[in-house]
Design a protein. Structure first.
Length: 309
């Protein structure tokens, strides 16, 4: 385990890792750039609380003043959730510049996975995975989340990928990168706000222990360093209405075109359109799914440490 000058695990996280106790990494981009101010701080606290209730240690990750922090204090979480703090969105390739230049930012799935792995944390919960964007054949916009999963042995629990992406292409790339995709208690690959993307998932699992068995076999028996994706659908009681979802999606895609939004701004602009256009329904779904993912990730982390113990 590395705790370098510029990457520091909190005392609690470092101790848990050393003792082989379950830890769940959480990302900060969904807080800083995916949820509105105020609401984001409540979700941050709820995520950490549910991970603890399930018997694991939460490790929210962000870069603050040139130090990658694995496990944040309450004050540090306040800062991540404060829009005036101006934390930029950091993918994996942005880590060198912010660490080297002493700057701050919120980590995406890609950079959170990489930092979690660097301190020995192998389970991570998020909302939606980044993927292949629509039109990627000409824009080349494919999230670094996929490339990092290809080479980082971390379990990522998410609710699939948003329907603003090209979901069939995203599943193809995950296959190319040899990332196992396990749908949790469903046969369908989920689409973030919706439980069913219309595409079947490659594998179905029904318990955290089945996830743990798969992860341990994948890590120990299968050559390569790819991660494992667990796709856990949004809970039925907070799933978005499909017609409202489809309308907001059409409008959101038009908005991107008319404002010429590109690159790292695409995801935050679309999320904001859903939040303002759905009268809050998308926020309820977003919070519900990310909390559920944190719970499942904690169960998986506990099951992995029981099987390894
Ligand atoms: N999906 C969401 N909410 C988010 C993100 C994705 O529903 O906040 C964030 C995650 O941090 C993910 C990142 O890693 O967006 C992907 O961004 P990009 O497509 O620019 O790689
Ligand atoms: Mn992108």
């Amino acid at each position: 385990m590395v705790s370098s000058m510029r990457t520091r695990a909190s005392e609690e996280v470092a101790t848990a890792v050393r003792e082989g106790r379950p830890v769940v990494a959480l990302e900060s981009t969904l807080l800083a750039h995916g949820l509105p101010p105020g609401h984001n701080r409540k979700v941050a606290a709820r995520l950490e609380a549910v991970v603890r209730e399930r018997g694991a240690v939460p490790a929210t990750i962000a870069v603050l003043d040139g130090v990658a922090r694995i496990g944040l204090s309450d004050d540090e979480l306040d800062r991540v959730c404060d829009p005036d703090a101006g934390l930029v969105k950091l993918s994996q390739r942005d880590l060198g510049p912010v660490l080297g230049l002493g700057l701050s930012g919120a980590t995406t799935v890609a950079s959170t996975c990489a930092l979690a792995h660097s301190v020995g944390v192998g389970v991570f919960a998020t909302g939606g995975l980044g993927g292949v964007h629509r039109g990627a054949a000409t824009s080349w916009d494919v999230s670094a989340d996929l490339g990092v999963l290809a080479g980082t042995p971390v379990v990522v629990v998410c609710s699939g990928v948003k329907s603003v992406l090209d979901i069939p292409a995203t599943l193809e790339v995950l296959e190319t990168y040899s990332v196992p995709v396990l749908a949790y208690r469903t046969d369908a690959f989920p689409a973030f706000y919706l439980r069913d993307s219309g595409l079947p998932a490659p594998w179905r699992v029904d318990t955290a222990d089945q996830v743990a068995a798969t992860v341990l076999a994948h890590r120990t028996e299968v050559p390569g360093d790819s991660g494992v994706l667990v796709a856990n659908p949004v809970p039925s009681d907070v799933e978005m209405d499909r017609d409202l979802h489809d309308r907001l999606l059409r409008e959101g895609l038009d908005l991107l075109r008319s404002r010429d939004v590109r690159g790292k701004d695409v995801t935050p602009v679309l999320l904001e359109h859903f939040h303002s256009g759905s009268g809050g329904a998308s926020l309820v779904a977003n919070e519900g799914l990310v909390v559920h993912n944190a719970e499942v990730a904690a169960d998986v982390a506990v099951a992995i440490s029981e099987r390894s113990g």
